[in-house]
Design a protein around this ligand. Sequence first.
Ligand code: GAL
Length: 632
Amino acid sequence: MPNQIPPTFFFGGDYNPEQWSREVWQEDVRLMREANVNLVSLGIFSWANLEVADGDYRFEWLDEIIDLLHKNGIGVDLATATASPPAWLTTAHPEILPMTAAGVRQNHGGRQNYCISSPIYKAKAVALVAQLAKRYSKHPAVKMWHVNNEYGCHNPRCFCDVSAVAWREWLRAKYIDLAELNKAWGTDFWSQRYHEWNQILPPRETPAGTYPNPSMVLDFHRFSNEQILDLFKAERDEIRRHDSVNPITTNFMSLRHAWLIDYWMWAKEVDFVSTDHYLIAQDPENYIDLAFQADLTRGFAGGNPWLLMEHSTGAVNWQEHNLPKANGEMIANSLSHIARGSNGAMFFQWRQSVSGSEKFHSAMVPHAGTDTRIWRDVVKLGQHVSSLVDLGGSPTDQAQVAMVFDYDSWWAMSQRNLPSTSQEYWKLPYDWYRALWQLGIRVDFVSPDATAEDLANYRAVMMPNVYLLSDQQEQQFIDYSINGGSLFVSYFTGISDRSDTVKLGGYGGRLVRETLGVQVSEFAPLNNDVIVQLDSGLKAFEWAQFATARADNASSKFENGVAAGQVAISKTSGNPNWYVGTRLDEESTKQFFSNAMHELGIDRAGGDGVEVIRRGGVRFEIDNINKTVSWR
Ligand code: GAL
């Protein structure tokens, strides 16, 4: 039952009242009212204060603060408080602490310190959730549930013996027959064939310079993702037993850097999608990164509204140099998320902590108090958000271009022993997205499981580095093109099937050979700093290859390097589809897409730092250079 987001706008942030006195609570609610705060995420890291010893629950303080918030008209996004197990639990059960691939048990003292396969952790978490859900599900302040926090952020995998048992169970359920597993993983390589299920271990560290079987690692990522999802489902289902009304979400991290959770799969399990986003302060074009990730989140939400659960008012505390935001930047960031479908803007966190490792992370109420530019902007933003509340039921207008984003390809490409160590999954999708962004062309993201029918809504579909494609997935893209859509397929797309077994007979499978009319026979990755010239005038780096194209294709070729004379870019005749067999530099990517988008008649709006986005009849214009936003 996805996407039951309330059709309204939320403004507020993570609230950690246990760090503060009762006097401060009074000031908090007064200031929240002043800033138009209507929702706080409460109790995310409160387990140690809610259950002080096994089964010894202390809810009085939570009762008090929820009542106080309610009296002041502030809603609660109630967290299940399970993100960090308390010391009494890890002391009694040190075996719930996660283990690294090198076999090192991690310690208590940070956060998210649990093994994702631990039945003990799961049982204790669900027991706490049961108490919370029973006690608060009917409280009028509670507007939604916030399960755990950023699942998979610090402990996405565990390599301990308990995890090994769960892993083997998962494999047995997937393959049934050990012979099928041996086939899928290609275990005749390096004497890896398994003759008994219990011979299979998690992909733990192997002798230096050797790596675990890549198909196994890919499956281990899938297993870990599903183990974590099972934790979410256990909490969600427990809440549902007591509360059939309030929507349940968990905050994703749809960052291109947070990669071990398959949010396409997760989005089907939450009532609505919510996510966290933090700017990379040093990146001078970090607003493009923001746009990419907000658009990706809207993709997970199936185009429906979603909620920005956390972002920052200013500097974070975990980058190399924690730069503040420029004047106007926070408001521009928040409104860019809103234009892209967020039903409001939430922050980490309400009041800046005085202790702990996040004390130098910005907040809505800074250390210096309310006579500050941050507080003044918070108040101003609160007014903007409440003035936009009518947009709560309206999605962002659909784009004409879709881009495939694929976690399995990312997981397979994150391994060693690819043709080049320069290859990283997200780089090419980001290059292409950035060029389209600069041209003022909006992008929607779709899953690799999109059907030809889903894709038919788009004039063009981008397939950058979709390394793994099953025959069934491939067919959908082929059909999309047959039905008149235009594909943009990059090198290193369609190379292997979903077990990471290479498809023979020319790289890229039927999609590249038949639909694109390109025969790729050998990769020719480039050394760092080598630039190759194309006969069309475009410049490229990192990747070349030996390829030929059908005679009726319009092709451009590499002019220099070992692959000189080979096809670099090729366009089919008739209904055009493009094959891009190299990594174009920034200017060339822009030029290439500018021409191709013109040929397809795709609309452009804004560009050069200014974005124009429409949602529910409102036209947002975000000037990312001057950090100003207007809407009408
Ligand atoms: C998020 C996390 C918050 C806080 C924030 C700081 O990843 O959910 O609890 O740590 O980062 O940027």
